[in-house]
Write a protein that binds this ligand. Structure first.
Ligand SMILES: C[S@@+](CC[C@H](N)C(=O)[O-])C[C@H]1O[C@@H](n2cnc3c(N)ncnc32)[C@H](O)[C@@H]1O
Length: 233
């Protein structure tokens, strides 16, 4: 199995995380391999960034208001770090961003020097390898083959104390497929129905605080806000 160590460093914070990266499950849909995601965001990340909203999501802003000053926050599938990691770092939080695309991580390091970033596949994260007070995963988990989602939520629960925050924005409906021209590159998505995603989050040991279906940038998404339950399941 391919194993890589990519230290996560935050200039000026004097901390370093050493994290192991391994391959996710993969498959081919309509002639496109799910592994296209990494290369797709390597190549298409600039176009994606230009096309998306530069303003932090209101749930991220609300989360910032609920956290203690300086809390450590994981931005999972952080992309180029804009707007989410940049906003949270500017608010004084200790932000760790992980992304499977090396170019996205490079972009994020350039755009958000106050946060720490590393190249990681979220499907290969190990339980308890990070300890954070909040996890945000915006528009990212749906790029991982969906049979891995339950395990990802369980691992995220292991990163959090009881009461820790989880914010997930994902797809609105069950779907698996590819687009051949997503910001100029082929791209893969894999998502459960909103009800199944909520169930997986609850089964992983979270209490869902809100679960809404919303139009964001012209697409329908599920917005899930949850807190880590005091009992681990
Ligand atoms: C649609 S972008 C969203 C980026 C950012 N969260 C935002 O809201 O702008 C999806 C990001 O998830 C990352 N990603 C996809 N699959 C991943 C995986 N298995 N592990 C970590 N990151 C992943 C992609 O590289 C990409 O940067």
């Amino acid at each position: 199995m391919f194993v890589r160590r990519d230290p996560v460093t935050a200039p000026g914070r004097g901390e370093q995380y050493s994290l192991c990266a391994c391959r996710p499950s993969s498959r081919t849909v309509d002639g496109v391999d799910s592994d296209v995601v990494q290369a797709g965001y390597d190549r298409g990340g600039d176009a994606y960034l230009r096309a998306r909203n530069r303003v932090p999501d209101p749930r991220v802003v609300a989360l910032a208001g609920a956290l203690r000053p300086g809390a450590r926050v994981l931005d999972l599938g952080c992309g180029a770090g804009v707007p989410t990691a940049r906003f949270l770092a500017a608010e004084g939080f200790d932000v760790i961003g992980l992304d499977v695309s090396p170019r996205q991580v490079e972009r994020a390091r350039g755009l958000v020097p106050a946060a720490a970033f590393a190249v990681r596949d979220m499907a290969a994260l190990e339980p308890h390898e990070l300890a954070v007070e909040a996890v945000v995963a915006l528009f990212a988990i749906f790029h991982v083959p969906r049979e891995a989602h339950a395990g990802i939520f369980r691992v995220l629960r292991s990163f959090l104390p009881a009461g820790g925050h989880l914010l997930v924005i994902g797809g609105g409906d069950a779907y698996e497929g590819v687009q051949h021209d997503f910001h100029g590159v082929p791209m893969f998505w894999s998502q459960h129905s909103a009800a199944d995603t909520r169930r997986l989050v609850e089964e992983a040991g979270f209490r869902v605080r809100s679960d809404s279906r919303e139009e964001i940038d012209g697409e329908v998404h599920q917005v899930l806000v949850a807190r880590a339950a005091s009992v681990r399941f």
